[in-house]
Design a binder for this molecule. Structure first.
Ligand SMILES: C[S@@+](CC[C@H](N)C(=O)[O-])C[C@H]1O[C@@H](n2cnc3c(N)ncnc32)[C@H](O)[C@@H]1O
Length: 211
């Protein structure tokens, strides 16, 4: 876990936050709407797993009536998230709880919705994480876990801007949402006998599990 955490330190966290606040900014509310539309869940308890600087959790907290918990294992990134949550005025609705996907700080059957963007492909133990997610979901609860930019148009817009900063950016993205990672997540879910639906389209790649 140590080597993995070190990828998400103060410097990378600040850089990611700057990008998330500017180039990625239009993506989060679009994904928040897609989550609600596709899962059919628009209230209750929502966990944003691997919440990073908090932008997806903030979008869903602003647009819907969830009680949201952001969970991330990087203390440095959590510090950034706490500031963002305050400055966006959602601190009554969104609480940050330090924790890891493979050891979630929640009771069984706790959450109506577990969402996660751009984090799954960093999880060290995907099997443990999906077991935890299933344990924490309420019966009838759903997940929306994966990665993406919401639409072809938004992805293209982000790509144009990101290319200016990092010419290799598309390669990293294609690898993260690529066949190997996807197949690994699929086979883990199959082995655990967890039913899921995979959205693999212009919105990105998202695993929707229903407990
Ligand atoms: C690329 S960032 C995405 C942040 C945010 N979800 C977003 O879309 O803006 C990935 C985040 O996942 C977190 N992460 C990676 N592995 C994790 C794990 N096993 N448990 C909790 N958080 C994790 C990292 O610390 C990082 O903040």
């Amino acid at each position: 876990m140590e080597t993995q955490t070190s990828k998400f330190n103060k410097e990378t966290g600040k850089n990611f936050d700057t990008i998330a606040k500017t180039i990625f900014a239009p993506v989060y509310p679009v994904i928040a709407d897609q989550i609600v539309e596709r899962t059919g869940i628009d209230k209750g308890i929502c966990i944003d797993l691997g919440s990073g600087p908090g932008h997806l959790g903030i979008a869903i907290a602003k647009l819907y009536k969830f009680k949201v918990y952001g969970v991330d294992f990087s203390a440095e990134i959590n510090d950034i998230a706490v500031q963002n949550i305050k400055s966006e005025g959602v601190d009554q609705q969104l609480k940050l709880i330090p924790g890891s996907a493979d050891d979630m700080p929640f009771n069984n059957n706790f959450a109506d919705l577990i969402i996660s963007r751009g984090s799954l492909f960093f999880w060290q133990d995907v099997e443990k994480a999906f077991n935890e997610i299933y344990r924490v979901l309420k019966p009838g609860g759903k997940t929306y876990i994966g990665g993406g930019f919401g639409s072809d148009e938004l992805r293209e817009q982000v790509t144009v801007e990101m290319r200016k900063i990092d010419p290799d950016w598309e390669c990293h993205g294609k690898k993260q949402l690529g066949k190997d990672n996807t197949e690994h997540a699929r086979s883990v879910l199959d082995n655990l006998n967890i039913d899921y639906h995979l959205f693999d389209d212009e919105t990105g790649l998202w695993f929707m599990i229903k407990k």
